[in-house]
Design a protein around this ligand. Sequence first.
Ligand SMILES: [Zn+2]
Length: 86
Amino acid sequence: MITMERDTETVHEAYSFVCLHCGHGWEEEYEIRHTTDLAGHRRADYFTRGVRVTSPLTRAECPSCNRGPLRILRPGRVNSTRPYLA
Ligand SMILES: [Zn+2]
């Protein structure tokens, strides 16, 4: 299979998760590769520690109790120095 990618942008973002069922909290850093193919379609692939994973935004299981639901926080955005936090 040939993939034709003309544009790849990699960013790192840390997400914090809190399980609303058992109260377990943890943080995980994701490497997110944004690519645009020749047809102009945008896609994002998520990796943790070099392993491709599903989007943290669709994650629904707690590693502690295997239930949920989860609440997702994004400390990387909250504590950033971006001047656009209106
Ligand atoms: Zn839990």
